[in-house]
Design a protein around this ligand. Structure first.
Ligand SMILES: [Zn+2]
Length: 466
């Protein structure tokens, strides 16, 4: 009887395993319910890369003082830039568990084209990119998690000299050389409170900004990607710091964003009562005039790492923050976040339209009406396009020459590939179409007109001969 029971249970388990669709594995490649080490992170990044291939770009943006790699992973291809980093302070390494899990879930939904918690991942990541740096301070994290024995004898000597009387390395915050990476940036540098005045497990800002290799790597990376929104995960306290060095013109934007993040996470907003010194988020605000917040993960854990048992709550509160930030970046206020860059883009866009029209005129020689389809949705865009189109009237002199269309098609396809706009050239009024009515409009036109359609990826160009 006992044997039979066991057999039945085994069978049931086998059926359950067989019934699980393949994606269950893919969804759970990363296990955040563990003390998540540097080595585990490197393994997992490689596993994700195998599973998701071109959907993610992996880059090593620098090395720690003791030679560990600092990884950055990019997902998405849009204009907007979200930057999420974690584990700047050694004992706050729970942020790596969170960011790695976030990366996995976003990738999974990106690959499957499915929404995540109501967020349209494909849409948001085609208009934004998210960079993750899951472990800014791998030496420090390793010291907290594994103690001295994870280091060579020479390295241990350095760490011991920094540690002074401290023997419980779980309290460590700085990098292995005793520089506090979140005091290292060029914003009110060197005025840190409780500055120990020498290399120390926490609070020593170093001799000059970006002295530590880790801080330099992160600053160089930020200067390169110019983030619109930066989330720097620390621990603990379940609060979000968001202020200091916000330019006056950005106060409304930054507070609106911070309040939104507060509502999503359930973490109250908090202000530090004194001017901070050398912090990464303040430096981002000062340097780029863009949004930066510092969420503190987990219940107050004193001088120790947040325990793994808190991960569920941390995950629930934070899992959508990257996507919510991407969505905010596309909002009216988010456009402000990047106003100068977007203004340039707008000018480039209009120039691209004009160039396209000029090119199209050379090709066909005689074009009557033009409909623009795609991102163009605003009234003022329509006016600008109409103005640009009027110029084209001057070019309507030569007959349409379709004879060497193949070569021309090629040049058009190349052109369209390099622009973001789908242009429909047709008989009719000048209309600005939305993507939604684009296909039905094409069908209508095709019925009684001689049509040549060119495709380039998702872009279509339709030429209609009179
Ligand atoms: Zn911290």
């Amino acid at each position: 009887m006992k044997k039979l029971k066991f057999g039945l249970i085994s069978l049931l388990v086998l059926i359950l395993i067989a019934a699980c669709p393949g994606y269950v594995y893919a969804y759970n490649m990363i296990n955040p319910y563990q003390v998540y080490t540097y080595e585990q992170m490197v393994l997992d990044i490689n596993k994700l890369k195998q599973e998701y291939g071109d959907l993610m770009e992996v880059e090593i943006i620098g090395q720690s003082e003791f030679g560990r790699d600092i990884y950055a992973i990019k997902i998405g291809n849009g204009l907007g830039t979200i930057f999420i980093n974690a584990s700047c302070h050694a004992r706050e390494h729970i942020g790596t568990n969170l960011t790695m899990k976030m990366l996995e879930y976003y990738l999974y939904h990106l690959k499957n084209g499915t929404p995540f918690e109501g967020y349209d991942v494909n849409y948001l990541l085609s208009h934004n990119k998210i960079y993750f740096v899951p472990m800014v301070n791998p030496d420090g994290v390793t010291l907290v998690q594994k103690g001295l024995s994870a280091f060579t004898p020479e390295q241990q000597k350095v760490i011991r000299s920094v540690a002074g009387k401290l023997t419980d390395y779980r309290k460590w915050k700085a990098n292995a050389m005793g520089i506090d990476l979140n005091r290292q940036y060029d914003v009110n540098f060197g005025n840190a409170v409780q500055n120990p005045g020498k290399p120390y497990p926490w609070n020593w800002p170093g001799k000059y900004p970006e002295q530590a290799r880790e801080a330099k790597a992160l600053a160089d990376f930020a200067r390169r990607i110019k983030p619109d929104i930066t989330i720097s995960y620390h621990a603990s306290g379940n609060v979000i710091y968001y202020d200091q060095w916000i330019a006056p013109e950005n106060v409304k934007r930054d507070i609106t964003y911070a309040r939104l993040m507060s509502r999503i996470t359930g973490y109250p907003l908090a202000k530090i009562g004194y001017p901070t010194s050398g912090g990464f988020s303040p430096w981002i605000r000062k340097e780029f005039k863009t949004i930066a917040i510092t969420p503190e993960l987990g219940k107050h854990a004193g001088d120790y790492p947040v325990p793994v048992r808190e991960f569920n709550n941390i995950w629930k509160a934070n899992k959508t923050l990257g996507l919510a930030s991407a969505a905010f970046n596309l909002s009216d206020l988010g456009v402000l976040a990047n106003s100068s860059r977007r203004l340039i883009e707008e000018q480039e866009r209009l120039k691209a339209i004009q160039d396209f029209i000029d090119e199209a005129a050379k090709f066909t020689g005689r074009l009557n009406y033009y409909n623009f389809v795609g991102k163009v949705t605003k009234e003022e865009d329509i006016e600008k396009i109409k103005e640009a189109l009027e110029k084209l009237d001057e070019l309507r002199s030569k007959p349409i020459n379709m004879q060497n269309a193949t070569a021309q098609q090629k040049s058009f396809i190349d052109y369209v590939k390099n622009t973001k706009y789908t242009v429909v050239v047709s008989n009719g009024e000048i209309k600005v179409l939305t993507v939604d009515n684009y296909l039905s409009e094409l069908t209508d036109l095709a019925d009684d007109k001689k049509v040549m359609t060119l495709y380039s990826g998702q872009n279509k160009l339709l030429l209609i001969q009179e």
